[in-house]
Design a protein around this ligand. Structure first.
Ligand code: SAH
Length: 358
């Protein structure tokens, strides 16, 4: 990536968590109150213009000189005509593009963030996986998706700028970009800033054990979702090739060890693909595997895309599958088709527009 003169040394302000910011301030002998002021301005007020709160001119000049305050640029916005779903295509500095989706619930929104450009997991049902991994997103690019979506709501749907849940279920494998995602979560959680509650953030993984191990130690309390997709080894190997290296049984031993708060669950995502994993046998095996766990199942009818090798299931098969899981007393939700006219349902970021290439 070529940088403009003078830009190369500038680190993004939005890559700093609160303690990083405090360290910068200390090293440069600035007033300690500046950390709180800047976090308040950028993350609580979410202002796009330079900080006008009570901050000295010299501190402001220091930050302007050494830090970049730009955010990923909104390239395209698609608003659903059926509901209030919004899909953003962001253009990054190196011209790669990633998608972010705002999903409405009541008068609020959940935001589905991308964590990588492309993905290395190569899942056979996933459009992003077909393209391989281009690179990790930086923390500022993830925080930037949130801030830009918030500002878009503030200007286009004033009064609706309430994004209460964050899910890392867009493009990429968040646990494969561990450090970047961890720091983004720290920024979202900071009470000095956006102050999102720990149980309002969910990280979805295909079962990448190296990240999972660290996650449990380093980011306690944040919700976890596992893309399970089949309880049978051979089928899961086909759907999620990293299952060969990190088998489901081992993944579950780590997940079972997570201490859960009252009312906290692990979400298990299960894509239903016609004739592959949607039979009564699949449902029974899945039910038996998860029965007794603090589990919540999200059934996701496969969303076909041009060139995909699988088909979506019939609606009655989806209902039958759920009915079997009900007999195991596992709460199960069939994921709706919010924003399907803009191909925006989270995790189905597969429109032609989403091409991640330069
Ligand atoms: N790598 C992470 C997060 C990205 S995928 C993970 O594997 O969990 C997020 C969710 O989107 C996954 O549960 C995945 O199953 C779902 N998804 C991806 N492609 C899809 C498609 N074509 N149809 C339906 N769901 C899809």
């Amino acid at each position: 990536m070529s940088a403009l003169p003078g830009e190369i040394l500038k680190k993004s302000f939005y890559d700093l968590n609160y303690s990083d910011l405090e360290a910068v301030i200390k090293q440069n002998n600035l007033n300690q109150s500046v950390a709180g002021i800047l976090f308040n301005w950028h993350y609580k007020k979410k202002e796009s213009i330079q900080c006008r709160d009570n901050i000295s001119k010299s501190s402001l000049a220091f930050f302007e000189k050494h830090f970049d305050f730009s955010l990923p640029e909104i390239d395209t916005v698609q608003e659903s005509s059926k509901d209030r779903t919004v899909k953003f295509l962001f253009k990054l500095k190196d011209k790669h593009k990633v998608e972010t989706v705002l999903i409405p619930f009541n008068n609020k929104y959940s935001i589905c963030l991308s964590s990588q450009v492309g993905c290395a997991m190569n899942c056979s049902f996933c459009f992003t996986g077909e393209q391989g991994l281009k690179r990790n997103l930086t923390t500022s690019e993830m925080v930037g998706q949130f801030l830009q979506a918030w500002r878009w709501l503030a200007s286009n749907r004033p009064g609706e700028e309430r994004i209460l849940n964050i899910v890392f279920m867009g493009q990429g494998e968040p646990l494969h970009n561990f450090d970047g995602v961890k720091k983004a979560c720290e920024i979202f959680l900071s009470q000095r800033g956006t102050s999102i509650g720990v149980q309002k953030i969910t990280v979805s993984t295909a079962g990448y054990i190296p990240g999972l191990k660290r996650w449990l130690q380093e980011v306690p309390g944040v919700n976890l979702a596992l893309s399970l997709h089949s309880p049978f080894t051979e089928k899961r190997n086909e759907l999620i090739p990293i299952n060969k290296k990190y088998p489901l049984a081992e993944v579950l031993t780590y997940i079972d060890a997570i201490p859960l708060q009252k009312k906290q669950f692990i979400t298990y995502e299960y894509i239903l693909i016609k004739g592959l994993n949607d039979t009564a046998d699949d449902a029974k095996k899945l039910g038996a595997l998860l029965a007794g766990k603090r589990a919540y199942i999200n059934l996701i009818p496969f969303n076909a895309f041009p060139g995909s090798r699988y088909e979506s299931p019939d609606l009655n098969e989806v209902e039958n599958f759920k009915a079997i899981l009900d007999t195991f007393r596992i709460p199960t939700l069939i994921r709706g088709t919010k924003g399907d006219d803009v191909l925006a349902a989270c995790g189905q970021l597969n429109s032609k527009n989403s091409a991640n290439s330069l």
